[in-house]
Ligand binder design. Sequence first.
Ligand SMILES: [Fe+2]
Ligand SMILES: [Fe+2]
Length: 154
Amino acid sequence: MAAVTAQPVLLAATPAAWVEEALRRWPELLTDHANCEKKAASTALALMFAYPEDRPLALALARLAREELRHFEQVQKVMNALGVPFTRQRPGRYAHGLRGALGSADPGRKLDLLLAAALIEARSAERFALLAPRLPEPLAGLYGELGRSEARHY
Ligand SMILES: [Fe+2]
Ligand SMILES: [Fe+2]
């Protein structure tokens, strides 16, 4: 699957060292991933509340939030199957850093929020496509499937 080249919005590719580290620390990867799926659903809901007058957007985001919550459930299921315990994580700097670049008011902020979310989805799709072929089952199947979803979201 040539998913890496399918995300032309990303100006830099994920470094090979990141992939190796993520493969080595796969339980931590899953924990972080579950958190990210939860955040994706929560971001979709926050956008629905921020722009309630945009009904087509609200419907698309409602579908997205449900799908991201299903992803969360899928990751949890794999974590349970593989015996990965829940651990609290520190907030990441990535999304916070992206948010710092957004306009603070509309017009403009709505588009910025959607673009930032698209970048996050594109990065996820790129990384899942890099990880899937290197992982054993059931992780390979999980990352293969979710990578295709995130590519569509982006
Ligand atoms: Fe997702
Ligand atoms: Fe997504």
